[in-house]
Design a protein around this ligand. Sequence first.
Ligand SMILES: NC(=O)c1ccc[n+]([C@@H]2O[C@H](COP(=O)([O-])OP(=O)(O)OC[C@H]3O[C@@H](n4cnc5c(N)ncnc54)[C@H](OP(=O)(O)O)[C@@H]3O)[C@@H](O)[C@H]2O)c1
Length: 283
Amino acid sequence: MTIAVTAATGQLGTLVVDALLARTTPDQIVAIVRDAAKAEPLAAKGVDVRIAGYDDTAALEAALAGIDRVLLISGNEFGKRTQQHRNVIDAVIANDVSRVVYTSAPQVDTSTLPVAPEHLETEQYLASTAVDHVVLRNNWYHENYASAVETAAATGSVLTSAGDGRVASAARQDFAEAAAVILTTDGPVKRVYELAGDVAWTHDDLAAALSEVVGKPVSVANVSADEQSAILTSVGLDAGLIGFITGVDAGIKQGDLELATGELSSLIGRPTTPIVETLRSLA
Ligand SMILES: NC(=O)c1ccc[n+]([C@@H]2O[C@H](COP(=O)([O-])OP(=O)(O)OC[C@H]3O[C@@H](n4cnc5c(N)ncnc54)[C@H](OP(=O)(O)O)[C@@H]3O)[C@@H](O)[C@H]2O)c1
C-alpha cells in the first residue's frame, strides 16, 4: 500500500513521515511537498518525494498517481485554504485514491475559532464527494505555547482573555502518531475523530506548568478582550495578529477547545504527553 503525506516538510508532516517509517517501509511512503530543497532530509530517508503546491492542480494530479491513501495536512495560507484543499481532494478523485485523511479543527460545526470556517468548508466538500474519508479534528498543539514559556521567563506572567475556558491541547508528536495509525489501519475506522489531550487545562493550570518550567512563580493576567487588545497593541503587535489572538481566546472561553475525548490516547495506545513535558522541551 502506498501512502502519501502532503505538506510533508511542515512540522506535523515531518513527524507523520517518521511515525509512518516506524510502521512501514520507505518505499511505501510518498512525501508531497512544494519545495524540493526543504525535502532533502525526507529523500535521504528513502521516501519518494513529489513536488506539488496546493495551488497547482496539474502537479497535484500527477503527484497522487498510484497512491492508495493520502493524508491531506491543512495548509497555513489563511483565506486560500478552502480552494487549496479542494484542489487536493479533486486530485484524489481523479486518481481514484481509496482514502483521504484530513487534519481539521475541533468541533468545527459549532466552533467560533477564527481557523474553523475553512476547515468546515473542507469537511463539507469532502462530505459532498463519494471519496472514502476520515477527519482528524486535531485540538491545539502544546507547541503553540512556546512563546508563553519565553514570556513567563521574562515577565512571570501569562496574558489571556479566555477566562476559565479549557484547552485540551496535545503534543504534535501525539497527533502525528495518531495520523500514522489511521493511515496504516486496515480494519474499520471512524469517519470523524475529535483528537485531543487527555487533560483540558485552564490558564491557571498553564501558569502552574510554566512556573515549574521556568523555575519561578507565574501568575495569570486574565483580562477582558478589549484590555488584552490594548496591552498587545502597546507592545507593538499588529492588528491582524491581535484579532487572531483575541478571537482564539474568545473561542476558548466559550468551550471551543475543551473537549477531551480520550480518542487520541486510545489511538496511540498510551496517555497523551502532558503539556508540562512539551513546555520543558521548548524552554
Ligand atoms: N492544531 C493546531 O494547534 C495548529 C496550529 C497551527 C497550525 N495548524 C494547522 O495544521 C497544519 C500543520 O501544522 P504544522 O505545525 O505542520 O504547520 P507548519 O509547520 O506551518 O506547516 C505547514 C505546511 O503547509 C505547507 N503549505 C502551506 N501552503 C502550501 C501550499 N500552497 N502548497 C503546498 N504546501 C503548503 C507548508 O509547506 P512548506 O514546508 O514548503 O512551508 C508546510 O509544510 C497547519 O498548516 C495548519 O493548517 C494547527
